[in-house]
Ligand binder design. Structure first.
Ligand SMILES: *[C@@H]1O[C@H](CO)[C@@H](O)[C@H](O)[C@H]1NC(C)=O
Ligand SMILES: *[C@@H]1O[C@H](CO)[C@@H](O)[C@H](O)[C@H]1NC(C)=O
Ligand SMILES: *[C@@H]1O[C@H](CO)[C@@H](O)[C@H](O)[C@H]1NC(C)=O
Ligand SMILES: *[C@@H]1O[C@H](CO)[C@@H](O)[C@H](O)[C@H]1NC(C)=O
Ligand SMILES: *[C@@H]1O[C@H](CO)[C@@H](O)[C@H](O)[C@H]1NC(C)=O
Ligand SMILES: *[C@@H]1O[C@H](CO)[C@@H](O)[C@H](O)[C@H]1NC(C)=O
Ligand SMILES: *[C@@H]1O[C@H](CO)[C@@H](O)[C@H](O)[C@H]1NC(C)=O
Length: 435
């Protein structure tokens, strides 16, 4: 179809104008990135970053339709250096900046907050130090902020809790502290993933976390948070699927309200100071995949209702002060691949029903008061078994010859028992074995 000549002419002028302005901007972007590259010592990984190659085809660089740098994806390229020489003002269209898994050092410069369009910032797994610049809290388009696994110290800036669109918030594995009070912290209603694990958080359960009502994944593990697990937690955070409060100083009972967390898949509250026994309601949380309660002061018995958790893959009841026999019902846990019952005061036998746990890979019942024979059927029914630890009990009888059928077995600890007979010849077939 013929186009009127006027229109073509106007369109031509407009195109020319766009090309000129875009070229100038692109020039600034290229210049800024080249200057940064020089400051990084011209890494081999960035060899395509030069004046002859088109900016938009440089390694890790992606441009938007207007030809402006939209994303820098430089994950795991072995780059070392700092962000000090990056001219953030020259990259106004950058939305994604990913330096995860390199060797960056030094502080995160406040000037990063000039990247006005930034929605994703991943500086995880580097060696950034210093404190988190509060100016990051001014980047209102942030959706995803990952600063985990660095050497960041100081208080968590309260401004970060006011990011209006943030969904993924990960400050784990740093040296961060919380302020004496959280008065200036705000609830983060848009966040679904919240991780502050392995930092120096103290005091009771942080109120702003409790009020971040949309959280589905919460990891506060390996801090020094104390006081009770809040009774209101399930009401405030009803969408939780993953809850990790392990390795803290929580005390009191496992709150009965937890039964209301109908979507919870992983419950990790090991290594705290929890008391009051293992509550029966846990046996009705049918969606649980992971249940870690070990290294607490729980006491009491192993409830037989735990045998109803058909989805359960991991059960840690190690060193929890448990005084009971082992309920045979646990043998119904057909998806269980990890079970640790060691370092309690369990009595009676290892139930023969355990042969029903066909996915078992790692089994531990060491340092208890168990008696009787180790059921030989375990070793014919557990084809995936790699570790079996039952030392420090009072098992009797012969070491089962069926052990030879557990062909993947790599760790077998049976010492300090009253077992008799010789080591079965079949064990010679186990190429991975390390006893
Ligand atoms: C950074 O980039 C801006 C915009 O392109 C430019 O005006 C400024 O001079 C640059 N700053 C430095 C220190 O190069
Ligand atoms: C950060 O690390 C660099 C060396 O990598 C060091 O020179 C600097 O003093 C450190 N800064 C802080 C605040 O620890
Ligand atoms: C909560 O998360 C869902 C999806 O995970 C999202 O659709 C919803 O907008 C979020 N609510 C808020 C207040 O951000
Ligand atoms: C944990 O916090 C308590 C106060 O709640 C404090 O006495 C203790 O020293 C802290 N422990 C560590 C390892 O920081
Ligand atoms: C805490 O638990 C979550 C969910 O089960 C898991 O993904 C995460 O790796 C755990 N954190 C640590 C530090 O192990
Ligand atoms: C746990 O409680 C015991 C005694 O009640 C106390 O000595 C210990 O410091 C507590 N541990 C933690 C991590 O809070
Ligand atoms: C194992 O879990 C799956 C879902 O992941 C479930 O459908 C199945 O019934 C479980 N099997 C057993 C034997 O419990």
């Amino acid at each position: 179809m013929p186009t009127p000549p006027d229109a073509t002419f106007t369109a031509g002028i407009l195109l020319l104008f766009l090309l000129v302005t875009t070229n100038a901007a692109t020039e600034f972007e290229a210049e800024a990135l080249l200057a940064w590259k020089v400051s990084l010592g011209d890494p081999e990984a960035l060899s395509s970053w030069d004046k002859v190659t088109r900016l938009c085809s440089w390694t890790g660089v992606a441009c938007n339709d207007a030809g402006r740098v939209e994303s820098l994806q430089l994950r795991e390229l072995g780059i070392a250096g700092t962000l000090d020489e990056l001219n953030a003002t020259a990259l106004p269209a950058l939305t994604t900046f990913d330096l995860n898994g390199n060797n960056f050092v030094g502080s995160i410069p406040a000037s990063i907050s000039r990247l006005r369009s930034l929605t994703v910032l991943d500086l995880g797994s580097n060696a950034f130090n210093g404190s988190i610049p509060p100016q990051l809290g001014g980047l209102s388009s942030f959706v995803d902020l990952r600063l985990y696994n660095n050497h960041l110290a100081g208080d968590i800036p309260h401004r970060l809790t006011r990011l209006p669109r943030i969904v993924h918030f990960d400050l784990g594995a740093n040296f961060l502290t919380n302020p004496k009070d959280y008065l200036r912290f705000s609830p983060m209603p848009t966040v679904t993933f919240m991780s502050l694990y392995l930092n120096y958080l103290t005091g009771s359960f942080p109120e702003f976390v409790l009020e971040s009502s949309n959280v589905t994944y919460l990891d506060l593990s390996q801090n020094n948070v104390s006081g009770p697990i809040p009774y209101s937690l399930p009401e405030k955070l009803p969408n939780l699927k993953y809850l990790n409060l392990s390795v803290n100083a929580f005390s009191g009972q496992i709150p009965a309200s937890l039964s209301k967390l109908s979507k919870l898949r992983d419950l990790r509250i090991a290594t705290n100071n929890l008391t009051g026994g293992i509550p029966d309601f846990l046996g009705s949380m049918f969606q649980l995949r992971v249940l870690e309660l070990g290294s607490n002061l729980l006491g009491g018995a192993i409830p037989s209702v735990l045998g109803q958790l058909q989805m359960l893959q991991r059960l840690d009841l190690r060193s929890a002060g448990l005084v009971s026999t082992i309920p045979p019902q646990l043998g119904n846990l057909g998806n269980l691949s990890f079970m640790d019952l060691s370092m309690n005061q369990l009595t009676g036998v290892l139930p023969p029903t355990f042969a029903g746990m066909h996915k078992m890979r790692e089994f531990g019942a060491a340092s208890n008061k168990l008696v009787g024979q180790i059921p030989s059927a375990l070793f014919t029914s557990w084809p995936e078994l790699i570790s079996f630890q039952a030392f420090g009990n009072s098992f009797t009888g012969k070491i089962p010859a069926e052990l030879g059928k557990a062909t993947k077995l790599g760790i077998l600890y049976l010492f300090s028992n009253d077992l008799t007979g010789s080591i079965p010849i079949e064990l010679g077939e186990l190429v991975n074995l390390n006893t």
